[in-house]
Design a protein. Structure first.
Length: 317
């Protein structure tokens, strides 16, 4: 199968430099030169990864910017959104790993961030996000009493609010990070968030279920007073706005505590959002789900799996 061509005019400089390296050197860790087809495949895979990386992190694609969490999120994206075959995911990861090895070998970075990434096997990842038992395992994490310190108690309430808003309302990690106090409206039997300048630079209103609403309400009641108005803060002195990396690490830790790794699942913010799409699709028209999730194209929503039971009943009515 021919490898699609890559538009070098929009290719990051680091990928062009890696391509030039491959043309006159063996791949890192290999003795022989890679074939032209292999080199083209690696460049193509890396260009796709760079496109996803820049759109997701809003950072320039360069070796020093890539982290293991980014690669893990990309693996999850390939499996859950793109529905990529296991062999495809493994091949793309091999391309990224080789690029990271080259960056270490040429002194651009100190560590190979592709190491330790959990890759799927044929049975590892449910195609519809977390199932009922897995969601229950995540909820149980927050039923365990924290350490008997004010910071630990505060952290548990905050983390529960973040996870519940992701899994039940479908916010992206960038939207969680950017959420402001004025964006939150909570009522007795309803609630909503205003997502400002989200993906595609279009504001939207997100509805909150009871689970998401009650968890967020508890956090706001205990949130420390700060000079800034970001909803989620650190629990350390000063209570700075909570950053992307801290959110990623927290979610991964919740997954480990829920023992999802035993099912081959690496919990990420993207997987929580992916789960939210399926929960919403069970009860709502795809156009409603698209509006909730901020999908500009209904086809994006439809890629999240088979029609729900309600979709089928509606079609048969």
């Amino acid at each position: 199968m021919p490898i699609p061509s890559t538009n070098s005019g929009h290719r990051p400089d680091s990928i062009s430099a890696y391509e030039a390296f491959m043309q006159s050197n063996p791949l890192p860790g290999k003795r022989r030169m890679a074939s032209a087809n292999t080199r083209a495949a690696y460049v193509h895979d890396l260009s796709k990864f760079a496109q996803w990386f820049q759109g997701t992190t809003e950072r320039a694609f360069e070796p020093t910017a890539i982290t293991r969490e980014d690669i893990q999120d990309y693996v999850s994206y390939l499996r859950t959104v793109k529905n990529a075959a296991v062999s495809t995911v493994q091949r793309k990861h091999a391309s990224i790993r080789s690029f990271c090895q080259w960056a270490v070998a040429t002194g651009q970075v100190q560590y190979n961030e592709s190491e330790g990434v959990a890759l799927p096997s044929e049975q590892r990842l449910a195609p519809e996000g977390l199932d009922r038992l897995q969601r229950a395992a995540v909820r149980r994490v927050f039923n365990i009493p924290p350490k008997n310190t004010e910071a630990a108690r505060l952290r548990q309430v905050r983390d529960r609010a973040i996870v519940f808003v992701m899994i039940y309302a479908g916010l992206r990690i960038s939207e969680i990070e950017a959420l402001r106090l004025d964006d939150v409206v909570l009522r007795e039997k309803s609630g909503e968030l205003t997502i400002r300048s989200g993906k595609g630079d279009k504001d939207r209103t997100v509805a909150l279920s009871l689970d998401a609403r009650s968890a967020l309400e508890e956090w706001l009641a205990k949130r420390p007073e700060t000079a800034h108005d970001f909803v989620f803060t650190t629990t350390r002195r000063g209570h700075a706005p909570l950053g992307r990396r801290a959110i990623q690490e927290m979610v991964a830790d919740v997954g480990r505590q829920a023992e999802l790794d035993k099912a081959g699942i690496q919990l990420t913010p993207h997987l929580l959002r992916h789960t939210a799409v399926y929960l919403w699709r069970e009860e709502n028209d795809p156009f409603v789900v698209a509006a909730q999730m901020g999908h500009k194209d209904i086809n994006t929503t439809m890629r999240y799996g088979r029609p729900s039971g309600k979709d089928l009943r509606r079609a048969a009515a």
